[in-house]
Structures are given as C-alpha cells and as structure tokens.
Design a protein around this ligand. Structure first.
Ligand code: NAP
Length: 248
C-alpha cells in the first residue's frame, strides 16, 4: 500500500533541488503533486515527467510565492486539478549572500519576501481547506543557519529563523484541527543553491561533517515524507535537523 495514494500535495519551488526530490518521493507513494516554480519551466516539466514515471500524477504551476495574487492563483489551479490540498511543503527559497556591511535593503528584503513571507502566504491559503477537513500536514524548509547563524547570511539566517518561529506558532494555532506543522533544518545539501559556494569554503564545510558527505536532496525528502505520514501524527511544532551531524 502506497503511503500517499490519492493525496494532494503542493510543493513550492519543486522545479529542481530539494523540492524536486520531495515531489518525486511523494509521487512514488501515489500522490498527486502540484509542482510550483518561479521561472524555469523546462526544469519544472522535468520534475513532472519524473513524478509520472514514479507512478504519481501532477501539474506544474508558475507562481511567485512572495506575491499574494499569484499564491491565490496557485491554490486555485491546484484545487481545479485535484481538489483540496492535504500536504503543503513550503520549500521555495533563495539566497543573496553578503556580509552585512555590503548588504542592501533589497538583498535583505528579497530573501525575507520569498523565504518567510512566501511561507506565510501559502500556509494561510492551505489551512482554510485543511481546517474544514480537520486534516493537514505542513512542512516548512528552514536551515541549520536559521538556528546557528552564518557569516555572510544574516538575511537568509533571519528568514530561516523566522520560519522556525512561524512554524511553532502556527502549530499551536491549528493542533486542535488535526493540522500538524513542522520544520526541517537541512545542513549542506547538493543543489544549485550550494553550487554557488566557493570551492575552498565547500571543502572546509565538508571536512566538518561527521558523516563525511554532502547531503542529497533525497535525504531531506525522506524527512519530509516522514513528517507528512501517519507515523508522525503526534509530532507538531518541531524542527528536525538533517545535516550529517554538522551541528550535532
Ligand atoms: P534551489 O536548488 O536553488 O531551488 C530553489 C527552487 O525554488 C527552484 O525550484 C525555484 O524555482 C524556486 N523558487 C525560487 N524563488 C521562488 C519564488 N519566488 N516563488 C516560487 N518558487 C521559487 O534550492 P534548494 O537548495 O533545493 O533549496 C530548497 C529549500 O531548502 C530552500 O528553502 C532552501 O533555503 C532550503 N535549504 C537548502 C539547503 C541546501 O544546502 N541546498 C540547506 C538548507 C536549507 P525555479 O526553478 O523556477 O527558479
């Protein structure tokens, strides 16, 4: 029996990286997956093809999660295609890394808008139907730097720390409706986002990981599926670190 047979799952930023791995993992378990992306249509269509190959179904929807109207359109299209969403994965995220002294207001705000406001907008839309159904699973992508900080990432760390506070508060608001809300804090995972890290920094970070490898997007997808599954029905308001022991 597939764990998410017939369930409708919306994954933001599912065109590539962690979001793609999450979408495909849900599809393997029989879910209908709404694949949101920001601009790279070809990449999103590739995710859709992988989902179908894996045995699920899906649609691709281009929408900027920091824009309220586009988020509404995203949820409308999801509903039109499959019906109510029972699992939301707030995964879309960006970085604009700079030391504070050179960081502009735009660098700061763009990261807050996508990573934190995007999570707020999509969650607010998702809980409406979840409340009626008295069932929902929301998983937010934070980061270990949202817990521990990182030089050059004050904007990103602040947004990811915000995601943790948001997760814990919303978990308390909706627990009585059987909606669980949790966060995952990944360490260093091999995606386009970490490709941007200079090689010397990358090597130095790798040396600090006790499990001696960079994480794969699938390592995070495994955690997301666990939190969305019935096995995690008594877990809410938590942050699960998946980082190979980096911040152990
Ligand atoms: P990624 O490879 O850079 O992919 C980001 C995805 O987000 C893409 O599909 C992109 O769409 C989408 N996106 C960007 N801005 C968006 C917007 N405004 N609206 C909708 N979608 C948007 O990122 P990743 O490494 O997989 O990271 C996924 C999540 O995990 C992020 O929240 C990130 O902060 C978090 N995380 C990652 C790591 C890591 O080591 N990789 C570590 C900790 C936390 P397009 O493809 O259309 O551009």
């Amino acid at each position: 029996m597939k764990r998410f047979e017939g369930k409708n799952v919306l994954v933001t930023g599912a065109g590539r990286g962690i979001g793609r791995a999450v979408a495909v993992a849900f599809a393997k378990e029989g879910a209908n997956v709404v694949i949101n992306y920001a601009g790279r249509e070809e990449s999103a269509l590739e995710t859709l093809a992988l989902c179908r190959e894996a045995g699920g179904d899906g649609i691709c929807v281009k929408a900027d999660v920091s824009n309220e109207e586009e988020c509404k359109m995203l949820f409308d299209k999801a509903k039109e295609a499959f019906g109510d969403i029972s699992v939301l994965v707030n995964n879309a995220g960006i970085t604009r890394d700079k030391l504070l002294i050179g960081m502009t207001e735009a660098d700061f705000m763009s990261v807050m808008e996508v990573n934190l406001k995007g999570t707020f907008l999509c969650t607010r839309l998702a809980v409406k139907d979840m409340m009626k159904k008295r069932y929902g699973r929301i998983i937010n992508l934070s980061s270990i730097v949202g817990v521990h900080g990182n030089a050059g990432q004050s904007n990103y760390s602040a947004s990811k720390a915000g995601v943790i506070g948001f997760t814990k508060s919303v978990a308390k608001e909706f627990a009585s409706r059987n909606i669980t809300v949790n966060a995952i804090a990944p360490g260093m995972i091999e995606t386009d986002m970490t490709d941007a890290i200079p090689e010397n920094m990358y090597e130095a970070m790798l040396n600090q990981i006790p499990l001696k490898r960079i994480g794969k997007p699938e390592d995070i997808a495994n955690g997301v599926l666990f939190l969305a599954s019935d096995d995690a029905s008594y877990i809410t308001g938590q942050v699960i670190t998946i980082d190979g022991g980096l911040q152990g």
